[in-house]
Design a protein around this ligand. Structure first.
Ligand code: SF4
Ligand code: SF4
Length: 89
């Protein structure tokens, strides 16, 4: 059985200084589905206690799923040398 937390433990990150994903706070407040919270495989999106959508970009796997699913995101790859790197062991 594949345990996603085990797989995520093999991933290494070199966090960019600034987020490569930008949220539109007004759009998030008006969003009826907040699908980003459920579709991100790394759990980068969460809800705060006062129901604001929060993003932790440093754990992003750069899979692009949120980019495809949400029209309100600004999304680009991190600067060269930054972001995720995978180990296939
Ligand atoms: S799906 Fe997009 S607009 Fe909706 S809460 Fe998530 S980031 Fe915001
Ligand atoms: S690109 Fe993938 S891993 Fe990164 S925040 Fe979006 S859904 Fe999550």
């Amino acid at each position: 059985m594949v345990i996603i937390e085990d797989k995520l433990g093999l991933v290494r990150y070199n966090a960019d200084q600034v987020s490569h994903i930008k949220l539109d706070a007004a759009a998030c407040r008006a969003c009826s589905h907040q699908v980003c919270i459920t579709i991100c495989p790394a759990g980068c999106y969460t809800l705060s206690d006062d129901s604001e959508v929060l993003l932790s970009y440093t754990g992003c796997l750069e899979c692009g799923t949120c980019r495809v699913m949400c029209d309100h995101l600004e999304w680009h790859y991190p600067l060269g040398g930054c972001g995720v790197s995978y180990r296939f062991t």
